[in-house]
Design a protein around this ligand. Sequence first.
Ligand SMILES: [Zn+2]
Length: 258
Amino acid sequence: MEAELGHNPSYVWRSLLSAQELLREGSIWRVGDGRTIGIRSHKWLSHPSLFQDGVDQQLKVCDFINPHTKQWDRGKINAWFVLSSRDEVLRICPGNLESCDKLCWNEKKSQSPRRSRLWKLPIPPKVRTFVWQASSDILPTWANLVRRKVPIDLKCAICGTNDETVIHILWQCPLTRNVWALVRGRLQKCDSSAQTFLSLARTLMEKLPRRDLETWAMVTWSIWNAQNRFHFEATQTPPHAILKGPVPLMEDYPEAGM
Ligand SMILES: [Zn+2]
C-alpha cells in the first residue's frame, strides 16, 4: 500500500478527484449570484433542467437574473425553460448578487421518517452529514472508486478478504468488529450481517435508544478517519484509540452518551 502510494502519486490524485465527484453526486447548488452555476452543467434543480430548442447551453444561472432588480428575469425564463423547470426556478429565491453560489448537501433526499432521527441527534453536524453520506453510499471507498473506474484493487486493504464497501469498512471488517466489541451497551450485540450501510442504519434507527445511536454515529465517524489514516498516511490506529477518537469532539455535546 505504502509503496503504491509513493511510486504512483497520480493514483492518489485520481482517487481524490473521483472522491470529489462522488461527493458532488449527493449535492445540489444553492443559487447566490448565479455566476458559477451552468444552467445545464451543474445540478441546481431537483431534476435535470429542460429547455426550449435553441437555448445556449453555456449560459449561467446569472444570465437569468436581472442585475438591477436582483430577481429572476421572467421574460427570459418563460422563453427558454419548459414549464416544469420554469416553475421550480421561479420558486428559488436568488441570493443577492454579492453572495457566492454554494454547493450544499441535498438534505431533501434524506428526509424519510426513519432517517430523520439522524438529523435530531445531538452530534456535531459534520458527523451527521458523514453518516448521511455513508447511508447514501457516496463515500469514496475503494469499491466506489472502482465503480468510478479508478484502477485500484477492490479488496479491503486491511483484511484483504472482502471488497471494501461502506458496510464492510464501517461495520464488518475484522478490525472494525474489534472496535465495536469494545463499545458498551446494545451496539455490541447488534447483528453484523447487514447487506448495506443503509439497511444497517435503518435497523439501528428503529431499534436503538438515542444514546446508543449517538455512540454509533460518533464511532462510525472515527472508524472512517482511522481508515483514511491507513490509506493516506500508512498508519494503523488500534481499536481502543479509534474508540477514544470522538471523545474531544463530544465535549461540546454534553448530552451525548459516549
Ligand atoms: Zn476488511
